[in-house]
Design a protein around this ligand. Structure first.
Ligand code: FE
Length: 244
């Protein structure tokens, strides 16, 4: 397979649906790359099976909860490295029809592919995290989500309590998630790059609790960061779309 034959359709299915506003287009990626001087190589092309999707908002959109400085490093450096490393690992391999999700789900079954798993899952996790936030978001959801949250946690406050506990008790680096497990919603936490899809759970929302996500803005106060994420940033439209 010639890597220059990057197939937009290969970004479809689950990836396209879940990534919503961050769906990849070469033009959009070019625009995003230009917003980050020194962060090049996000365009589709030879050796780039999975270009890093653009952010759905400007770097300063999430201030004061998450500073532009944090986001510039988190998106422009950390996330970029995960995409770059994934693409590098796939060089010379057949990539037609491949999705990022399939890459890490396959790698999860192969002990020899732990490096690829870590980078591909982190690329997926970060794009999912960025998509789950918006300026002026947060607070209680409505409609079907509110009903599901009530059924699972007794109400929004119960959800907040569980989500806060998962996020603040994840030892070291990792993620807290709202997932669909069959018909029920659950809150889970995962270490490092782990993604709930590996455990047959469907991700609906995530918060990054690696220190790079909050340390510039909150230092050691992870709980303050997660509470502000819930109160002011959660993009419930994205969560509802994932729930389907
Ligand atoms: Fe991160």
């Amino acid at each position: 397979m010639n890597h220059s034959e990057h197939d937009e359709a290969s970004q479809g299915g689950m990836t396209r649906r879940q990534f919503g506003a961050l769906a990849v287009s070469a033009a959009a990626v070019t625009a995003a790359a230009s917003a980050f001087p020194g962060v090049a190589g996000a365009q589709a092309g030879p050796g780039v099976t999975f270009p890093m999707p653009e952010l759905g908002y400007p770097l300063e959109a999430l201030e004061p909860v998450i500073s532009a400085k944090t986001l510039s490093f988190h998106y422009g450096k950390h996330t970029k490295a995960y995409y770059d490393n994934t693409n590098k690992a796939l060089e010379g391999k057949p990539t037609a029809g491949l999705t990022l999700e399939k890459v890490f789900m396959d790698a999860a079954k192969d002990p020899a592919a732990v490096g690829l798993f870590n980078n591909a899952a982190q690329a997926w996790n970060h794009t999912f995290y960025f998509n789950g936030m918006k300026k002026g978001g947060g607070g209680e959801p409505t409609g079907k989500l509110a009903e599901k949250i009530k059924a699972a946690f007794g109400g929004y406050d119960g959800f907040v309590k569980e989500f806060m506990t998962a996020a603040t008790t994840q030892f070291g680096s990792g993620w807290a998630w709202l997932v669909a497990d069959g018909d029920a919603l659950k809150v889970v936490k995962t270490p490092n790059a782990m993604n709930p899809l590996v455990n047959n759970q469907k991700p609906l929302l995530t918060v990054d609790v690696w220190e790079h996500a909050y340390y510039l803005d909150y230092q050691n106060l992870r709980g303050d960061y997660v509470k502000a994420f819930l109160d002011k940033l959660v993009n419930w439209d994205f969560v509802a779309k994932n729930l389907g």
